[in-house]
Design a binder for this molecule. Structure first.
Ligand code: SAH
Length: 365
């Protein structure tokens, strides 16, 4: 895939602390004749104790704090909009040092505190109904930029609450930026210095790139994989998910099967229901044929309309009918509730809205 600009933040002068591993930080400390064990202490402050500056790391000697401050950036993004939904969903629009904008979301559902994180600025996949890819992709996010979203969302929680789930379902295609996504997730699952989120509660969502799915399978990925299917045949999928023309459903399903065989992790297929496009009885029946015999779960999501795009959500009756066919055929199907409707929480929506209203700092409190 062609990326238009540099993959690191060009305007940043110092390396980010969020791009340091425990090994690189220990080496940095050693170079300065500082004890190596401080690396764990520093990263513990960053990921677990929710520090926002080196100054806040009060059990570090002042000299170490100022050396860190001179050597590393801390947070680099500016929160340019916060939206709070009635249902507890909170969405942040972040601006990167080079001006790129990304979105991330915190969802509260019973005891769950799930976050939805972006992997790229924009998206190259071009799904016709999705707001994220309308202007193509600008660049991949760095490991630090992916982690910064998690940390900023974590800071929205009171001290006694912890993040419980991560879904890589924000802007971008995570498998098109795989090394950095995996780097960031390894910190997310690390219970020693990182966020300590069980990999079973971390989902990578993909449009379906077979080679990268195979790479994950080879590495015995501990993560949950969700594949955005959206259509039960190639003719329709080519129309809704144009990147499919080069791939095809069959090769995605084969890669998905290999992922299951290699990891034992049950797959999820996602299906956004679009009125009069993929919501027919015939589509449901074809979907049954595709999924029957696979240890998979189907997640059906009613479309969250994007202003300016012609796509609509099917009526409740059509959704019900679609569901009945799948359930009667014994498919393991879940109908996801939309969350954050009132704040345009679907992928890429806030970024577009804010392009039209650049002066508004806080949309809703
Ligand atoms: N590129 C990845 C992850 C990002 S999108 C992927 O394709 O899976 C996460 C999911 O949200 C995808 O299934 C995507 O198709 C879906 N989505 C995008 N825009 C939506 C909208 N307006 N309403 C409902 N779902 C949407």
């Amino acid at each position: 895939m062609h990326l238009e600009s540099n993959e690191t933040s060009s305007t940043a002068s110092k390396p980010s602390i969020l791009d340091q591993s425990i090994v690189s930080l220990a080496a940095w400390l050693q170079d300065r004749s500082l004890p190596k064990y401080r690396a764990k202490q520093i990263l513990g402050w960053v990921y677990q104790r929710r520090a926002e500056s080196f100054e806040a790391m009060t059990d570090l000697p002042k000299g170490v704090r100022s050396e860190l401050d001179a050597a590393f950036d801390f947070y680099r993004t500016k929160t340019i909009a916060t939206q709070n939904s009635e249902d507890g969903t909170q969405k942040l629009l972040l601006q990167l040092p080079d001006g790129g904008r990304i979105e991330c979301v915190l969802l509260r559902d019973g005891p769950r505190r799930s976050i939805c994180v972006s992997s790229q600025v924009g998206c190259a996949m071009g799904c016709v109904f999705c707001a994220s890819g309308l202007d193509g992709v600008e660049r991949n996010l760095t490991r630090g930029e992916i982690l910064e979203q998690m940390l900023k969302l974590q800071r929205l929680l009171p001290a006694e609450e912890r993040l419980s789930h991560i879904v890589m379902m924000g802007m971008g295609e995570p498998l098109a930026n795989l090394p950095r996504v995996l780097d960031a997730l390894s910190v997310a699952k690390d219970s020693e210095i990182g966020l300590g989120i069980s990999p079973r509660r971390i989902t990578i969502s993909t449009v379906g790139l077979p080679q990268s799915i195979d790479k994950l399978a080879e590495d015995k990925s501990p993560y949950h994989l969700a594949i955005s299917l959206h259509a039960p045949n190639d003719t329709l999928r080519n129309q809704l998910v144009p990147v499919n023309k080069k791939i095809g459903i069959e090769s995605i399903l084969e890669a998905a099967d290999r992922y299951f065989d290699a990891t034992g992790r049950r797959l999820t297929f996602e299906y956004v229901l679009l009125k009069d496009l993929n919501d027919s009885q015939q589509c449901a029946e074809q979907l049954v044929k595709l999924l029957r015999g696979r240890t998979a779960m189907l997640n059906v999501i009613p479309y969250n309309p994007v202003p300016g795009l012609p796509y609509e959500t099917p009526t409740a009756e059509v959704i019900h009918q679609f569901r009945r066919i799948l359930m009667e055929a014994g498919i393991n199907v879940m109908f996801r509730q939309r969350k954050g409707d009132d704040i345009q929480a679907a992928c890429g929506q806030l970024r577009r809205l804010r392009e039209k209203e650049p002066d508004l700092v806080e949309l809703k409190r």
